[in-house]
Write a protein that binds this ligand. Structure first.
Ligand SMILES: Nc1nc2c(c(=O)[nH]1)N[C@H]1C(S)=C(S)[C@@H](COP(=O)(O)OP(=O)(O)OC[C@H]3O[C@@H](n4cnc5c(=O)[nH]c(N)nc54)[C@H](O)[C@@H]3O)O[C@H]1N2
Ligand SMILES: Nc1nc2c(c(=O)[nH]1)N[C@H]1C(S)=C(S)[C@@H](COP(=O)(O)OP(=O)(O)OC[C@H]3O[C@@H](n4cnc5c(=O)[nH]c(N)nc54)[C@H](O)[C@@H]3O)O[C@H]1N2
Ligand code: SF4
Ligand SMILES: [Mo]
Length: 668
């Protein structure tokens, strides 16, 4: 059989959304190569995807539908045919809906596959058509999104291809050496040309080590730091009137909030030294172009939305957007133009439905009433491992009267609790369209071969489920190509020639050209009056979280991204994740204080749960802070992971998750 080489896109939830070439022969993927011509992928991939063959054909890959035979969570299943499984599931769903209405069904999904079709197309049509409870997909970016939308009216930042022009980059709560490896060549290039790169992170991360100029602030004190810097800039008369007067409004109200953050108060709260603070201020007022590069790490805390608002305001006071290469880059999701209404068809829903916040899955499953959640359909996500307040999630999944259906590639921690498991295709076996939350290329993923075994794409799964339930609306049987054409159907795409044919020919197309090289200067933001809104968020400006460790005996537990996985994805691939048991990184002083040693087993606990880990002495965390990278599969650690300890409380605004506002105790 001749081999086929097609344009592919890395499907994982990662800033980089790499452009690939995928080669298959004999119905099997043989090779995945980085696109050397893509300006951001630049011919290399990350540690994980360089070893992708080990995931694609992993022995645990699901190939047939499964029906539970043992108790919930036991992992005892038997294989069944698709027809039988769909018939049974459709019957059960009809029973649930007939008894309690469509809202008794809860979808649960996130970005396991970032494809536009895989994430948000036929699935949404299906849930609208049955009138299911609406899931608010908040687990990753909601606090930031809310703040971005308040200030900028959209989630758009400078094109990362302009980054090498910057002469000062403030990397704030992101760790690109691990999470955004294709940003590293851009940062390196900027540095070669004389840029200084600061890293603001409580941990001495790989990024902080690479670039120096590290501000090891206390976790959750960023809000204080940003406002303290703003106050200092204002008092020095260093505000960019050229930017602020013409392109913003609300600066006086912003300044009034910042005024409370005196230098002493900021140093006390952040734990930084006066000289660190001073040298950052010196750089901020003198170096241009100036790029603020906050990441999602900075908003996984109680004060997440306020913090993003404060940093965005600081970038505006300094006039950062005025220079090409400068500005505020958190996300570029809003640079893509897609017709979401046509794609997801909210018109299929006949009456308004309730919303549920995915961060609170555990309580939703246990306490939602009128109606109770009776059926849960999980795809593109592994909440038993990744959702906070894990004990509550698992209690919910153990409910005997809950019908749980999971569409997955692997027998994950969540799939083990399912009543029915359906096998999902790998992205390289499906047709899909990819945006990015970092760069500005829209890309087409062409299937290199058919799905392995009896697995199917997310769209095909929901087409089959809709048909089995007798839902007759033709929108529920739309082909993948028709879905892509629906998604592309916008005036912006038509004007820019972004069409199905053009994408087939070119694989990747640059979008968002309308934003110019200097977003919000070359073109106005889509806010009510076309200027950036610096006025404070409509919430209490006092911070909620982030007490300093000296005020309490607890440790602050951070669980940021791990190099070897994307959250739980890749976690079962032994050749990729080498750590035998979950590790707890601890500062040498803390290890000594507790009388522990390298490799000692400890129990990390709080009022929500506990997790067993192995001590690893590390200078990365500061005293009082411990780290366990997110997230291990339960079986790597005795049926639980770090999310036993995280809280399902919501951020100050936007309903986001607060994974890094976790406090724990430790015992040998
Ligand atoms: N290898 C790998 N890559 C990934 C992922 C992965 O799991 N592994 N996950 C992907 C996903 S889903 C996402 S959303 C992105 C996230 O990627 P990032 O935006 O980099 O976010 P995080 O990994 O959550 O955290 C980044 C940094 O924030 C720091 N941090 C924690 N608390 C605070 C604080 O209070 N203040 C400040 N200033 N910093 C703080 C952490 O120490 C960490 O170094 O990465 C994606 N890329
Ligand atoms: N403690 C702690 N917890 C965290 C975080 C943290 O920083 N700390 N970060 C949070 C963040 S930022 C995020 S984004 C969430 C992510 O949480 P999840 O959404 O649960 O992400 P993953 O763990 O990557 O799981 C994705 C699942 O989708 C499956 N999958 C992949 N492709 C497909 C497909 O095409 N179809 C189907 N049906 N399934 C597919 C994969 O096999 C995988 O099991 O985790 C959050 N959890
Ligand atoms: S996980 Fe990220 S860096 Fe790795 S190949 Fe995929 S998009 Fe690129
Ligand atoms: Mo995420």
């Amino acid at each position: 059989m001749p081999s086929l080489r097609v344009h592919g896109v890395c499907p994982h939830d990662c800033y980089d959304t790499c452009s690939l070439y995928v080669t298959a022969s004999q119905d099997r993927i043989e090779r995945i190569e980085a696109d050397p011509a893509h300006p951001l992928t630049r011919g290399f991939l990350c540690y994980k995807v360089n070893r992708y063959g080990n995931r694609l054909y992993h022995p645990e890959r699901l190939t047939r539908p499964l029906r539970r035979v043992g108790p919930k969570g036991s992992g005892e299943f038997v294989e069944v045919g698709w027809d039988e499984a769909l018939r049974e599931v459709a019957l059960r769903l009809h029973e649930v809906i007939a008894r309690d209405g469509g809202e008794a069904v809860l979808p649960y999904s996130f970005s396991g596959n970032m494809g536009v079709l895989a994430e948000s197309s036929l699935d949404r049509r299906f849930f609208y058509a049955i009138g299911a409870t609406h899931l608010d997909r908040t687990i990753c970016t909601a606090a930031a999104d809310a703040a971005l939308s308040w200030v900028f009216g959209t989630a758009v930042g400078p094109d990362p291809e302009t980054l090498p022009q910057a002469r000062l980059v403030v990397v704030w709560g992101t760790n690109p050496v691990v999470t955004n490896v294709h940003e590293i060549p851009l940062l390196d290039e900027a540095r070669r040309q004389g840029a200084r790169i600061w890293t603001i992170d409580p941990l001495k991360t790989e990024t902080a080590k690479r670039y120096g100029h590290h501000l090891p602030l206390r976790p959750q004190s960023d809000y204080a730091l940003a406002l303290g810097l703003a106050r200092e800039i204002i008092h020095r008369g260093a505000v960019s009137r050229a930017f602020v007067d013409q392109y913003t409004w609300g600066v006086d109200a912003y300044a009034a909030v910042a005024e409370a953050w005196t230098r002493e108060r900021v140093l006390q709260r952040t734990g930084l030294t006066g000289s660190d603070f001073e040298s950052l201020v010196e750089d901020l007022v003198s170096r241009r172009p100036l790029l603020f590069r906050p990441g999602y790490g900075v908003q996984r805390q109680r004060d997440g939305a306020k913090t993003v608002w404060a940093i965005a305001g600081l970038s505006a006071l300094l006039g950062a957007p005025l220079d090409e290469g400068g500005g505020f880059l958190l996300s570029n999701s809003g640079a893509f133009s897609l017709n979401w209404e046509r794609l997801t068809r909210p018109d299929l829903q006949t009456k308004p439905v309730r919303h549920m916040n995915m961060v609170q899955l555990g309580t939703a499953l246990q306490t939602a009433s009128a109606p109770k959640i009776r059926a849960l359909i999980v795809y593109n996500s592994n909440p038993a491992a990744t959702a906070p307040d894990q004990r509550q999630v698992i209690q919910g999944l153990l409910r005997p009267d809950l019908l749980t259906i999971v569409h997955e590639q692997m027998m994950t921690d969540t799939a083990r609790y399912a009543d029915w498991v359906f096998p999902a295709a790998m992205s390289f076996e499906t047709l899909d369209l990819y945006t990015s939350y970092w760069h500005r290329y829209l890309q087409l993923n062409v299937p290199a071969c058919p799905p392995w075994g009896q697995s199917v794409s997310n769209t095909e799964f929901f087409r089959r489920l809709a048909a089995a339930m007798g839902l007759s609306h033709p929108a529920l049987q739309a082909s993948d190509r028709a879905l892509i054409e629906d998604a592309l159907d916008t005036p912006e795409n038509r004007q820019a020639g972004v069409t199905w044919d053009a994408l087939c020919e070119r694989g990747a197309m640059k979008v968002g050209q309308g934003w110019g090289r200097r977003p919000f200067v070359d073109t106005p933001p889509p806010t009510a009056d076309g200027r950036l809104n610096l006025s404070p968020l409509p919430i209490d400006p006092e911070p909620l979280g982030g007490r300093g460790p000296e005020e309490s005996d607890d440790w602050i537990l951070l669980s940021p991204a791990r190099r070897e996985t994307i959250k739980s994805t890749f976690g079962n691939v032994a050749s990729i994740v080498r750590e035998d048991a979950p590790e707890l990184l601890m500062h040498p002083e803390d290890v000594k204080r507790l009388g522990l040693e390298e490799g000692a087993p400890v129990t990390v606990y709080n009022e929500r749960g506990e997790a067993r880990m192995k001590v690893r002495i590390s200078e990365k965390p500061q005293p009082g802070v411990v780290v366990s990278y997110a997230v291990r599969w339960h079986r790597a650690a005795g049926d639980h992971n770090v999310n036993q300890l995280t809280s399902a409380e919501l951020s100050d605004w936007g309903g986001g998750a607060i994974f890094y506002s976790a406090r724990v105790k430790i015992r040998p």
